[in-house]
Design a protein around this ligand. Structure first.
Ligand code: PLP
Length: 543
């Protein structure tokens, strides 16, 4: 019997209801909160997503992944010390057991942070009407809330604090509503670290990992020293091509791959991919998921840019598309995640606060089946231990106490509109300054990157020079003129194969808008010089 199609199952879940009412209430988060007992999240409090999510009755259970876990991962036992912290919840217990220092010696009495109040998010508005939140050492004992510094500054558990785990679990349910029963979240110190842990769970030296032909270089670099080999799958502006994935797997020849059987681990960035900015449509995601079912793949869905999906690009002269009018309308503008299609529990999704709050928080979370999250935590508790307490409590004060789920969605809508302005800015600059004879691009739909393709067959030395030499010549010529870009070849999944195309990656989110304009102008001048084209100002070409 063939596996059930992701799409068919999705229509059987209450995700469908979301088209008729606000997802914030449909997914039951506010009513569950109002019925739940007050959260007590003391020092290293035991917690799990099960305490905070809907029961998911009627949904299938995740498949087991024992056949995919490494020997290392299977061998992990619960940490004895972390395990003993469950007794701390026993009333009246005097702890002589653990290694926790006394909060008496934490030299911080309180911290204060000023946050913007939704929907007044600009720096100016924050200065004028932002709200100052103070968090003291003993707020809980003093009846001032459910999280304080005496908890946050002490050791915690790998799942994260109960206070933040509740928030991310509810957020995941509101946004993705995973269609199987036994999903769970675990806080992380960001996607880079979470990926590192995941590789150790799934990759044995010599294994092959599937990914897009151009991929996030740190993701690839983290796996190579573990002995992993990358297989880059052909892609277009919607990312990885399911037909190419199918063909690579169907025609896999172990003899040509050190005797290794067909790969089964797929690492992808479906939204605003780094470096290409490709964003998979819903159809593309469904096709990839079906392919994953066909070949029994396990997917690492790395999604730091998920909420940097922008308004449609309309070009210079057409009017802008109006912003989403409600939270529900906003959520519906987002391409559904692979997690939201995942009836088998074959996706480990990585979310990060890096691109939507601040990278220095070093905080994110994963969502996967309970089996996988449990293995992940076993590794986490003896490596990263727990995400930084100060980061978690600052996020809690902002996301939970100041914004709530609705205010956070307002913030994400605000980011959508801000990024749209910046994306439009770089597209207009490219239209104005880049020589169209050699440079082409698609307006990005998500993320922070603009991927520019250069037709290197127009290079004066084409046929006598290599793709990497031309790429380097452009890169250096741009630096000489004061513009830094990233070389496409840095992101090749297969470093031994430079491909036959030249790409440069630019970031439109970081520099001020007028500097981006100037940077693109300089880049345009560099291209004209390298390709011996007339300069934009009409003066003679540079030799
Ligand atoms: C695809 C991708 N994954 C992960 C990261 C890093 O995420 P984090 O800051 O959560 O480690 C980045 C950032 O550059 C990225 O582009």
């Amino acid at each position: 019997m063939s596996p059930p199609a992701a799409v068919d199952m999705q229509s059987a879940t209450d995700t469908q209801l979301a088209t008729f009412a606000d997802r914030l209430s449909v997914n039951g988060v506010p009513s569950r909160r109002s019925r739940a007992p007050k959260l007590s999240g003391g020092i290293a409090a035991h917690t799990s997503s099960d305490m905070f999510k809907s029961p998911g009755r009627g949904k299938p259970r995740a498949k087991r992944w024992d056949h995919r876990l490494t020997e290392e991962s299977k061998a992990r036992q619960p940490s004895s010390l972390k395990g003993a912290t469950k007794y701390l919840a026993k009333p009246g217990l005097i702890s002589l057991g653990g290694g926790l220092p006394s909060s008496q010696y934490f030299p911080i009495e309180y911290i204060e942070a000023k946050f913007p109040q939704a929907p007044h998010f600009s720096e100016q508005e924050t200065q004028e009407s932002g709200i100052v939140k103070r968090t003291g050492k003993y707020d809980i004992a003093e009846g001032n809330g459910i999280y304080d510094l005496h908890v946050a500054l002490n050791y915690g558990l790998a799942a994260g604090s109960a206070q933040m785990l509740r928030y991310v679990t509810e957020h995941t349910e509101i946004v993705h509503h995973p269609p199987y029963q036994d999903w769970a979240c675990c806080m992380t110190i960001g996607n880079t670290s979470a990926l590192d842990l995941a590789y150790r769970m799934f990759v044995t030296r010599g294994d092959y990992i599937l990914t897009e032909a151009y991929t996030f270089s740190s993701a690839a670099e983290a796996a190579r020293p573990l002995g992993a080999n990358w297989i880059g799958i052909a892609m277009d502006k919607e990312g990885l091509l399911p037909s190419s994935l199918d063909s690579v797997l169907t025609n896999w020849d172990p003899a040509a791959h050190n005797g290794k059987p067909r790969p089964w681990l797929l690492y992808i960035v479906p939204t605003g991919q780094n470096p290409t900015a490709a964003t998979q449509s819903l159809k593309r995601r469904k096709d990839i998921y079906r392919m994953a079912q066909k070949h029994d793949l396990y997917i690492l869905e790395d999604e730091p840019y998920y909420f940097l999906q922008m308004q449609p690009y309309t070009g210079h002269d057409a009017p802008n598309v109006p912003p989403p009018a409600s939270h529900d309308a906003f959520l519906k503008t987002l391409v559904p995640s692979l997690l939201s299609l995942d009836i088998d529990g074959r996706v480990l999704r990585l979310d990060s606060f890096s691109k939507v709050i601040a990278p220095g928080m070093r905080t994110g979370w994963i969502t996967a089946s309970e089996q996988i999250v449990e293995r992940f935590m076993r590794h986490g508790e003896v490596s990263v231990q727990n995400p930084s307490g100060p980061s978690q409590i600052i996020l809690f004060k902002l996301l939970e106490e100041t914004w709530g789920h609705a205010g956070y969605l307002d913030w994400l809508i605000n980011l959508r509109l801000e990024y749209t302005k910046r994306r439009d800015n770089i597209c207009y600059a490219c239209e104005k300054y880049l020589p169209k004879e050699v440079a082409t691009w698609d307006a990005p739909m998500a993320g922070m990157f603009h991927w520019i393709k250069i037709d290197w067959s127009k290079h004066p030395a084409y046929g006598k020079t290599s793709v990497l030499e031309v790429e380097d010549e452009i890169f250096q010529a741009a630096i000489e003129r004061g513009a830094l870009t990233s070389k496409g070849s840095w992101f090749r999944a297969n470093l031994d194969d430079p491909g036959d195309e030249v790409f440069l990656r630019t970031n439109f989110a970081s520099a001020p808008m007028e500097k981006v304009q100037e940077g693109v102008r300089r880049f345009g001048d560099a291209l004209r010089a390298v390709f011996h084209l007339k300069q934009a100002n009409g003066v003679a070409k540079e030799e």
